[in-house]
Design a protein around this ligand. Structure first.
Ligand SMILES: Cc1cc2nc3c(=O)[nH]c(=O)nc-3n(C[C@H](O)[C@H](O)[C@H](O)COP(=O)(O)OP(=O)(O)OC[C@H]3O[C@@H](n4cnc5c(N)ncnc54)[C@H](O)[C@@H]3O)c2cc1C
Length: 260
């Protein structure tokens, strides 16, 4: 099972509203042909700080303007743009690391208390295929934990109504699923919705996109990068996607030239 990402939400630039603001201010804005909506949101947010419209607008293109913002460390402007993704085919081990990112991210994850995991699937880590012994050990451990999960759930169901488990159905299920899930491995597949702003994503790509020993993290970072890079290339122009010798993706960040 491979990570799969769905882009389910994005920021929308209401150009007409913004242009009506400029008319009210008796000024105008020279737009860069081809700039995308997220790129324009970032540009106008930066320009409003200095009201650099009309005669005060430099001949910089949208891409150069954003490059300069990033070079100057004026990255708070990038926070105005967000994307919402649904990630599937990822392990709980991966999401445990993902949700450590507190700033500029929002998460909603499949619950193991509200959702029964009897039919859970498991994310096979990289490299196991190269060792028949390792693969066999992993498969038997995963199968045993799933079997134990079902046994624990079925056994505790029989205690419904006894002291401590004399609960309303919802809380009874929460209690027995909580006990059963404790034996599920880090490899258990999960689903998570994640919203992140462009600044937070850049930070995530920088610290998580290039860790050699974490293939799953790099795969997700690369998939997220491909999605947002297509949406707003100027916001991620200093990142490059490469491939390691095993064919897995890796992100590298380079210095942006200042084209002032
Ligand atoms: C290679 C690697 C190895 C790791 N190993 C471990 C590990 O062994 N154990 C472990 O527990 N975690 C580990 N982590 C997770 C790491 O410690 C962070 O929790 C995670 O990367 C999120 O980073 P962050 O806190 O910078 O991000 P965010 O929470 O998104 O914060 C972004 C930035 O905001 C600022 N910020 C956020 N909160 C505060 C605050 N309260 N006070 C001041 N400034 C703040 C900081 O500048 C921070 O970098 C590892 C991460 C990496 C990349």
């Amino acid at each position: 099972m491979k990570p799969k990402i769905y882009l389910i939400g994005r920021s929308h630039f209401h150009a007409e509203d913004f242009l009506s603001f400029l008319r009210n201010e008796s000024t105008e804005w020279h737009r860069t042909p081809g700039a995308t909506e997220p790129e324009e949101i970032v540009e106008v947010s930066g320009r409003v700080c200095y009201m650099s419209f009309g005669e005060k607008q430099s001949p910089r293109s949208n891409g150069d303007y954003i490059r300069n913002l990033i070079n100057q460390g004026h990255e708070s402007v990038l926070e105005h743009v967000t994307w919402t993704f649904l990630l599937t085919g990822v392990s709980r081990a991966f999401t445990h690391q993902l949700v450590r990112h507190r700033v500029g991210f929002a998460f909603s994850q499949l619950s193991q208390q509200y959702h029964e995991e009897t039919a859970a699937t498991f994310v096979e880590p990289a490299h196991l295929q190269r060792s028949p012994q390792a693969l066999k050990a992993w498969r038997s451990a995963v199968a045993l934990s799933q079997e134990s999960y079902r046994t624990i759930l079925d056994s505790l169901k029989e205690l419904n109504g006894t002291p401590g488990l004399d609960l309303q159905q919802k809380e009874f299920k929460r209690a027995i699923r909580s006990a059963a899930r404790s034996v599920l491995p880090n490899a258990t597949e999960t689903k998570i919705v994640m919203t992140a702003n462009a600044r937070a994503l850049r930070y995530f790509f920088k610290v998580r996109g290039s860790i050699p020993g974490d293939v799953e993290m790099r795969q997700v970072a690369a998939a997220l990068f491909n999605a947002v890079e297509a949406e707003a290339p100027a916001l991620f122009a200093d990142f490059r996607l490469d491939t390691l010798s095993d064919g897995s993706p890796v992100l590298a960040q380079r210095e942006l030239n200042d084209n002032r």
